[in-house]
Design a protein around this ligand. Structure first.
Ligand SMILES: [Zn+2]
Ligand SMILES: [Zn+2]
Length: 272
């Protein structure tokens, strides 16, 4: 007898719902995931403690973190596929300690750590912020971005590094050679034991390339950094967008395994 649910090797862990800036509820997102070639789905809505104290419209209301986790666990209890409890949390140095303290109260399967801000500068909000920079300033933003990633890795509060080369989103690349900066970030990720996502959403931005680049993937492989394929889906229609192409990218970088999470522990499985 053939297995009615053969493993595909794919999970989708970077998924937004109405709790932050996604289109659907947790329940309907999970229902849609069950119809796709996925072994597991994880929900990872934005959680941002901004130093200004302002509530960001694309973050869940931070005082509702417990409700968010209960919603996911309730849906998971009767779901036809494993549902993981995740979060995409901003790493902001001024609020990092308090952020981690709050996250520690919830039984997450994994925490995606993101750098979306460099002080007041929004890295991925709109191209106009990058267009207003001189090339030198843009190069500095890239350097600062990698430095923030290092601090995030060193904080120990997160399990997955989000979109490692996010500053390329609007096509603004550094002119200076920043490979040493990127290598230092990858060294810090390796030392932290964190995994790194290959996030296919970059293909639909000006960058027209998944995050991070094949160069970053090869450098990650050399360091033994575990990886997983994600879609950064804000709509269930994109839950496994470009996953086969992403698997090819990982294979080209030398990977044969991907990582899953349960209770913040990594579980290696063959690459789908
Ligand atoms: Zn993000
Ligand atoms: Zn995201």
């Amino acid at each position: 007898m053939t297995d009615p649910h053969p493993s595909t090797g794919f999970t989708s862990y970077h998924v937004h719902t109405k709790w932050s800036d996604g289109a659907e509820t947790v329940a309907s997102t999970v229902a849609r995931a069950a119809a796709l070639d996925l072994d597991e789905v994880g929900i990872s809505d934005h959680f941002v403690l901004h130093p200004s104290g302002v509530a960001l419209e694309w973050s869940m209301p931070t005082e509702r973190l417990d409700e968010y986790t209960r919603d996911i666990m309730t849906v998971a209890a009767s779901a036809p596929l494993p549902v993981r409890l995740g979060i995409e949390s901003d790493f902001i140095p001024e609020t990092a300690e308090e952020t981690i303290r709050r996250l520690d109260r919830c039984p997450f399967d994994y925490r995606i750590g993101s750098v979306h801000f460099i002080d007041g500068f929004p890295v991925d909000e709109h191209s106009r912020f990058w267009e207003g920079l001189s090339q030198e300033e843009a190069d500095d933003k890239w350097r600062d971005y990698y430095r923030r990633v290092i601090l995030m890795a060193q904080s120990g509060g997160f399990d997955i590094v989000a979109h490692l080369d996010l500053p390329k989103k609007f096509g603004r690349y550094p002119v200076a050679d920043l490979s040493a900066d990127a290598r230092h970030a990858l060294d810090a990720i390796r030392d932290s034991g964190m995994a790194m996502e290959l996030n296919t959403s970059g293909r639909y931005q000006t960058a027209r390339e998944a995050y991070p680049s094949p160069w970053h993937l090869r450098e990650a492989k050399r360091r033994g950094i575990p990886v997983l394929i994600t879609a950064d889906a804000h709509n269930p229609a994109n839950l496994n967008r470009d996953f086969r192409a992403a698997a090819d990218l990982l294979r080209e970088a030398g990977y044969t395994e991907v990582t899953r999470f349960s209770g913040r522990e990594q579980i290696r499985t063959p690459l789908g």
